[in-house]
Design a protein around this ligand. Sequence first.
Ligand code: AHR
Length: 339
Amino acid sequence: MKKLLTVLLVLTVASSLAFAGGGQQGGGSGGVTKGMDRKIVMGYSQIGAESEWRTACTNSVKAAAADFNIELIFSDAQQKQENQLQAIRSFIRQKVDVIAFTPVVSTGWEAILQECKDAGIPTICVDRTVEAPNTLYDVYIGSDIKAEGVKAAKWMVDYMKSTGNTRGKDDGNRTINIVELQGTVGSAAATDRQIGFKEELAKYPNYKIIKSQTGNFTRAEGLQVMEAWMKAPDAGEIDVLFAHNDDMAIGAIDAIKAAGKKPATDIIIISVDAVKGAFEAMLRKELNATIECNPLLGPQIMETGIKLVQKQPVQKWIPSIEGQYDWTTAEAAYPSRQY
Ligand code: AHR
């Protein structure tokens, strides 16, 4: 009986740690949170680990929690909204001081945000926006996602006009055929990048998106989708690839090479994120440009969490600071890249 009880106890502890995605991280067990007279607890629901960007974001959150001596209950949703809802409900039950979450998709958050509000727990929406009244959450920390799509389209048009691809420059008459690798369907990162890109593109009627499919923000799916496009009869007519993130672009580069084409010369490639893998691809002259989306949000999340617990006023949107890079700027910037 005693043995059975011990086994049950071990299993219970192990499963609660697994549910929290590895348990509490950051801050150790003692001390007080920076700027506070006690240690605060933050529950954070992360989407998963689909990309180089996401890993950098997770590392930044964990490191900042340790730095601010905030007790972090970290949960990995493995790309499922239902896991996020479950994790957030468990944070409420545990009476954490503040909840941060990155919404995998933008809809379906009203009820849970209301539950957080009713429990008196402030909420921070990180990296992706939600489609919900902004009175339901306290702050959004992250990029202007739509602007990333606009920047990508602007870079593409400038480059096609000034340099072009193997098929030639944009002389204003010839049709420029674009293929688009979308991120996770229903995520703000995919929806808003597409909206921004298309909005800018509408100014240039000779640019056409001829194919658009999701690659779920992963290298494997980016490769798979591009592979299929490179086998289609119109493969030779593709001028540009716009990928919603670097990982999908990197996967697609392999597919383009396997099809006997030269990435970044035959097909111009622009993506979003500016992770190290993208810089390496630019240095190999296989990727033309990447628009930065900064994943190092940990310090801003922790600072904001403390302010919210202290009931200090915070801005509704705390934007991340971002740039853009191409072949001409990649070499100088690469050594100082942190992700
Ligand atoms: O929400 C940000 C996006 O999610 C990044 O661009 C992508 O790489 C990630 O997985």
